[in-house]
Design a protein around this ligand. Structure first.
Ligand SMILES: Cc1cc2nc3c(=O)[nH]c(=O)nc-3n(C[C@H](O)[C@H](O)[C@H](O)COP(=O)(O)OP(=O)(O)OC[C@H]3O[C@@H](n4cnc5c(N)ncnc54)[C@H](O)[C@@H]3O)c2cc1C
Ligand SMILES: NC(=O)c1ccc[n+]([C@@H]2O[C@H](COP(=O)([O-])OP(=O)(O)OC[C@H]3O[C@@H](n4cnc5c(N)ncnc54)[C@H](O)[C@@H]3O)[C@@H](O)[C@H]2O)c1
Length: 455
């Protein structure tokens, strides 16, 4: 029996929309199922509203800096509702664009909860549709650990729709979301405390970058409490009392938890139709994104790879070309040297290996480091700094990693990521004439490297 569709995608987020659109452009008959919002996490409660809020949070610093340039910027006020509502209007516009992109590509849109009933069968409400291939691109949801009072905390989605901005706020977690939220809330005028259970936040990033960002955030007014775990939260008189593992009691108006995300598998697979999952609940796929059930594929945040929008997009494009393209990809997607940024204040941009990873891999590296005060800040006394760092393989001279924390770090890193992906050497960097005066020119003018060897 022939199927109604060549591909049914569950989830119209970053990966699902891209896969559906590209599959349709290759000539496939495609349907997409979405139960909540077109564009998924990134557009609605992730990258986009977060970046808009991050822009918004920089204005007080800009006003202060303007004074050093002779402007009087006194008496400014901030209205949270204006920022929040303008953001929501923009997100609604983007939702419409995503829907239209799908319609224009000829993709059939089905609104409702999608569920894999069996290989080749998806239900949407009480309707069953048949498909030669099914793609599960349902993303993830915030994870909040179990402890007394955890029902009192807010999750990342909540920030985007808050009725009022809290005065005193705790952000628990030490990853991307927590660190970005601290910058946003602090910039918008809240008194912010970041609480992290480990020694130093941003595990997995370069050690120097982690310490530098912690210093800069503290200098900027955020309170950072590392080696601190929350054991209980109580509420009284509109105040949230947070009790730590050392018995301290801290008071906040709101407590945000950003302690990771887990795959969104709620009512997604009928009994007997669940593919293999790993210990963390992520769907296990092979290098073609096929699950343990033939004809059922999965990609994006629901699998155990990098949880980044450009990665979900790349996976979606790869799979569409693999299933329906004339020119099938000849190799699996390459996850090496994926550039990433944390839109904390200051921003972090990173591509390639950290010093620690490089040492474990090659044993002998040269490390080039420069910390400086960007020219923009030299007319006043604010201690805003930038750190850049290059990790070079001593033997081959190849640049293994580039790390930057400071203004425009994400923008600068994106450009250099091309060079790193192409295998540029330090000599290539040195042979590149800089653009003066910029912060990025530092990356092609560093000459004094320190030789570091393993052990
Ligand atoms: C606060 C925050 C900030 C972020 N910032 C960045 C950033 O700056 N840069 C970056 O690269 N990444 C960022 N990310 C990560 C990025 O958003 C994700 O990696 C990306 O959205 C994953 O795409 P996806 O297609 O896998 O899933 P999603 O975008 O989550 O899409 C899944 C879609 O499936 C739908 N769905 C789920 N279950 C069903 C079902 N059963 N039936 C029908 N529909 C269903 C959901 O409603 C959703 O629309 C951020 C994430 C968060 C939470
Ligand atoms: N700029 C970006 O590209 C960007 C921004 C936001 C999110 N993201 C993506 O979304 C993913 C999820 O972000 P996230 O910040 O929620 O996750 P994360 O994995 O980056 O960080 C989770 C943090 O919570 C801590 N944690 C975990 N369990 C805990 C517990 N029981 N108690 C206390 N702390 C605990 C971890 O130690 C870690 O510091 C990221 O990994 C990233 O891939 C990307």
């Amino acid at each position: 029996m022939t199927s109604e569709f060549d591909l049914v995608v569950i989830g119209a987020g970053s990966g699902g929309v891209r896969a559906a659109r590209m599959a349709a452009s290759h000539g496939a008959k495609v349907a997409i199922v979405e139960e909540r919002f077109f564009g998924g996490t990134c557009v609605n409660v992730g990258c986009v509203p977060k970046k808009l809020f991050s822009y918004g949070a920089h204005f007080p610093d800009e006003f202060a800096l303007a004074e050093d340039y002779g402007y009087s910027v006194s008496g400014w006020e901030f209205d949270w509702h204006t920022l929040r509502n303008n953001k929501t209007r923009e997100i609604e516009r983007l939702n419409g664009i995503y829907r239209r992109i799908l319609e224009q590509a000829g993709v059939t849109i089905l609104e409702g909860h999608g569920r894999v009933e069996a290989p080749g069968k998806v239900s949407v409400g009480d309707k069953i549709i048949s498909a030669s291939n099914i793609l599960v691109a349902v993303g993830g949801k915030p994870f909040v650990p179990e402890f007394p009072g955890n029902e009192l905390v807010r999750i990342s989605d909540d920030l985007f729709y808050l009725e009022q901005l809290p005065k005193r706020v705790a952000v628990v977690g030490g990853g991307y979301i927590a660190t970005e939220f601290v910058g946003i809330l602090q910039g918008l005028g809240c008194q912010v405390t970041q609480i992290y259970r480990g020694e130093l936040f941003l595990r997995g990033f370069d050690e120097d970058i982690r310490s530098f960002v912690a210093e800069q955030m503290a200098e900027h007014g955020s309170t950072l409490r590392f080696n601190t775990d929350v054991v209980r939260i109580e509420e009284g008189a509109g105040v949230k009392q947070l009790i730590t593992d050392s018995g301290e009691q801290l008071e906040f108006d709101e407590v945000f938890y950003a302690t990771g995300r887990v795959p969104l598998l709620d009512n997604l697979f009928a009994e007997g139709a669940t593919p293999e999952l790993n210990a963390g609940g992520a769907i296990v796929v092979d290098e073609r994104y096929e699950t343990s059930i033939k004809g059922v594929f999965a990609l994006g945040d629901v699998i155990d790879r990098l949880q980044l929008t450009p990665v979900a997009l790349a996976e979606g494009m790869w799979l569409a070309a693999y299933l329906f393209g004339k020119d099938k990809p000849c190799s699996p997607l390459n996850y090496r040297n994926v550039a990433t940024a944390v839109f904390s204040h200051p921003n972090i941009g990173t591509v390639g290996m950290t010093q620690e990873e490089a040492l474990a891999t090659t044993g002998s590296i040269r490390v080039y480091k420069s910390s400086f005060r960007p020219m923009r800040y030299t007319l006043g006394d604010r201690q805003v700094r930038t750190l850049i760092k290059l990790i070079v393989d001593d033997e081959s001279d190849r640049v293994l990693g580039l790390h930057m924390a400071g203004e425009d770090a994400a923008e600068v890193t994106q450009g250099f990521a091309v060079a790193i992906k192409m295998g540029a050497t330090k000599a290539d960097f040195d042979a590149t004439v800089g653009i003066h005066p910029t912060a990025a020119e530092e990356l092609v003018t560093m000459r004094q490297g320190e030789l570091v060897t393993a052990g």
